[in-house]
Design a protein around this ligand. Structure first.
Ligand code: AMP
Length: 445
C-alpha cells in the first residue's frame, strides 16, 4: 500500500503530514501527486472531502521549497483561486499546516474586508497567495499585485466559479498569467462549459477523476420527507430538539430564509447561527468558528456561504429547501461524510419542489428514501414557541416592494415563487422507514 513517504515529497512536508496524523494518501492524492511532481498540468474531477487540497498543495510546496527565492514585491509564486472567502481561508489553513516546517509565506486576499492590509502585505511579495477572483482583480487594478511571476496556478471548484458568474474575471486573469507555468484545475462536476474553461488554462493536462462526474457522495445516506412548506420549520425544530444530532448544516435557498430559520430555532431554545452573503466577514467567521469548535451544533447556510466549508463531524445535512440546480445538491450533501466518515442527508420537499427532486434523483441515480412525518407531529408543532415579531428590515421592505414574497421558515414561498398550496404527504404504513430511525442512524454514530 502506498504511503506518503513513497511519494518523494521533501522531508519537512512528510514531517508536517505525520504531525497531522495523515498516514495514507487518499485516492485523489495517489493519482495527482506523482503527476504534479513531474510538473504536468492536471485536470481533476473530485468531490469535496476527497482530500484534493493536499493533492495540489503538497507537490506545489515541494517545488517551491526546492527552489527558494527572495520574494518579489507585489507578486506571488503560486496563485490559488477559490470561489468564496471561506474556502480561500480554509485552503490557506491547510497550506500553513503542510508548510509549517518550510520557509514559505502563505496569504489570502478576498472581499468583505479592508483592502489596505492586503495591499500592505502584498507589497513585500508572497510565496503562496489564495484569492477570490474579484478582490484579486481589484488589487491588480490598484497595482498592488501582478501575476508575472506565477509559477503554479490552481483553479479550485471551477464549476462554482462559473455558477457565481466569475467567467469574465477568469478570462482576464488568464491573460495576466505567464504562459510558462504549471496549471491545475479542479471541479466536482465536469459539464461541457467547465471542460471548455479548463482548456483555456491547461496545456496537455493529465486527467484524474476519483468519482465519475456528479456521483453523489458515496457514504451519505439520503432521505426525503414530503412536507408542506409551512410545516418545514416545525419539523426541523422538533428534529433538532429531539434527536441526538452531533452537528448539522441546514441549507436554505435564500439569505432571509436562513435568518428566519435561526430565529425560530433560537426561540425554541435550539442554538444555531446563520452564515450567508449578507453577513459581514467577521460575523461569518464567528459563526463558522462557533460551529467548528462545537459551541453551536447547528449552522444554517445558503449555498454560496457553505461552499467548501470543511468542518469535521458534520453528521447531518438538512435541505430545508431543495436547490434548484441539481449539482448543488451534490455539493451540499458532500459537507457531511468528509474524510471517510459516514453521514445523513435529509431533504424536506414541498409539493412544488418535486420537480427539483426528480432532477436530483436523475443526476445522482440515487432514489432518496422517504421518511414520514413523526406520528404526533401536528400536536408537537402547535406547542412550539414562535419568535417575537421583528420589524421588517430595509432589505425585506425592498424585496417586498419589488413584489418578492416573504420567504423562509414558516412564511411559505422562496424568492420569486408562487405561494404553495396546502399539501398532505402520503403516509403509507410500512412503505417507508420511521422518521426517528432515519435521523438517529447518524445521530448515534
Ligand atoms: P479536502 O477535500 O481537501 O477539503 O479535504 C477533506 C478533509 O480530509 C480535510 O479535513 C483534510 O484535512 C482531510 N485529509 C486530506 N488528506 C488526508 C489524508 N491523506 N489522510 C487523512 N485526512 C486527510
Amino acid at each position: 500500500m502506498t504511503k506518503f513517504t513513497d511519494l518523494g515529497l521533501a522531508e519537512p512536508i512528510e514531517r508536517a503530514l505525520a504531525a497531522k496524523g495523515y498516514e495514507q494518501p487518499t485516492p485523489i492524492q495517489l493519482q495527482a501527486i506523482p503527476v504534479l511532481m513531474q510538473r504536468r498540468d492536471l485536470c481533476g474531477i473530485a468531490q469535496t472531502g476527497t482530500g484534493k487540497t493536499a493533492a495540489f498543495a503538497l507537490p506545489s510546496l515541494h517545488h517551491l521549497a526546492a527552489d527558494l527565492k527572495r520574494p518579489i514585491p507585489a507578486s506571488c509564486r503560486m496563485l490559488v483561486l477559490a470561489p468564496t472567502r471561506e474556502l480561500a481561508s480554509q485552503i490557506a489553513v491547510s497550506f500553513r499546516d503542510y508548510a509549517k516546517f518550510l520557509r514559505l509565506s502563505v496569504d489570502t486576499v478576498f472581499g468583505g474586508v479592508p483592502i489596505g492590509r492586503q495591499i500592505k502585505s502584498l507589497s513585500r511579495g508572497i510565496d503562496i497567495l489564495i484569492a477570490t477572483p474579484g478582490r484579486l482583480l481589484d488589487l491588480i487594478d490598484q497595482s498592488a499585485l501582478n501575476l508575472r511571476n506565477v509559477e503554479i496556478f490552481v483553479l479550485d471548484e471551477a464549476d462554482q466559479m462559473l455558477d457565481l458568474g466569475f467567467i469574465h474575471a477568469l478570462k482576464r486573469i488568464d491573460k495576466l498569467l505567464p504562459k510558462k507555468r504549471q496549471s491545475l484545475f479542479f471541479s466536482a462536476t465536469m459539464p461541457k462549459t467547465i471542460a471548455e474553461l479548463g482548456d483555456r488554462f491547461l496545456t496537455d493536462p493529465v486527467r484524474v477523476s476519483v468519482t465519475p462526474p456528479a456521483t453523489t457522495a458515496e457514504r451519505v445516506d439520503q432521505y426525503v420527507t414530503y412536507v408542506n412548506q409551512t410545516e418545514k420549520q416545525a419539523l426541523l425544530t422538533l428534529t433538532l430538539k429531539n434527536e441526538n444530532i452531533e452537528r448539522a448544516l441546514i441549507f436554505t435557498r435564500t439569505k432571509h430564509g436562513a435568518d428566519r430559520v435561526v430565529k425560530h430555532l433560537n426561540a425554541a431554545g435550539v442554538g444555531a447561527e446563520a452564515i450567508h452573503g449578507n453577513k459581514s466577514q467577521p460575523q461569518r467567521e464567528r459563526a463558522l468558528s462557533l460551529f467548528r469548535s462545537g459551541s453551536i451544533k447547528f449552522l444554517v447556510a445558503t449555498d454560496i456561504a457553505a461552499r467548501g466549508i470543511d468542518v469535521s463531524g458534520v453528521s447531518h445535512v438538512f435541505n430545508f429547501e431543495l436547490p434548484n440546480v441539481a449539482e448543488q445538491y451534490v455539493h451540499r450533501i458532500g459537507r457531511t461524510a468528509r474524510a471517510g466518515a459516514t453521514g445523513i442527508a435529509m431533504s424536506y420537499v414541498a409539493e412544488d419542489e418535486r420537480a427539483y427532486l426528480r432532477g436530483i434523483e436523475k443526476l445522482t441515480k440515487v432514489r432518496l428514501t422517504p421518511v414520514p412525518l413523526p406520528a404526533d407531529f401536528l400536536d408537537q408543532a402547535r406547542s412550539l414557541p414562535k419568535p417575537a415579531q421583528a420589524k421588517p428590515t430595509a432589505q425585506r421592505r425592498h424585496d417586498e416592494a419589488r413584489g418578492r414574497p416573504a420567504q423562509g421558515a414558516g412564511a411559505g414561498a422562496a424568492d420569486g415563487e408562487r405561494p404553495r398550496r396546502p399539501f398532505r404527504p402520503s403516509r403509507k404504513p410500512g412503505s417507508v422507514g420511521s422518521h426517528k430511525g432515519a435521523v438517529r442512524k447518524a445521530g448515534g454514530r
